[in-house]
Write a protein that binds this ligand. Sequence first.
Ligand SMILES: [Zn+2]
Ligand SMILES: [Zn+2]
Length: 154
Amino acid sequence: MALPNFPVEGGCQCGSARYRLKAAPLSVYNCHCKDCQRFSGAGWSMSMIVRNDDFTLLQGEIARYDRKADSGNFIRMNFCAHCHGWLWNDPPAASFKVVRAGTLDDINWAAPVGNIWTDSKAAWAHIDPSHVNFPKGAADRTPLFDAWTRSHQD
Ligand SMILES: [Zn+2]
Ligand SMILES: [Zn+2]
């Protein structure tokens, strides 16, 4: 699927919180960690890595929750303050956000190119062996960025 013309927008279920991406993300992949399973209520969540400079919150009040990761770091999670839809995470000291790809108005172009935390995936979750897959977290996301770039070269 070709990338759309940017900017594109997304938001929460109730419509209070809206955001804009002015450029393509660096990658989209699935996270199968237990926290993502709990927060999404699904087998995995779709992580879309977006440079901070490319992301603008257009409207809406945001509720925050600082989740302690296994590393001991706190990851700031951002939700619509009204409907509590999960919108994005701010990893500590990162130049990018991890946006929930399913909140895009159009997710058709945002096909995941990899999987992380496959060690905790559901037994029935199928992992495409041709994707870039990590048994735990990806300390270095470069392979996921490269896979995304490759998948959009025509
Ligand atoms: Zn909302
Ligand atoms: Zn996760």
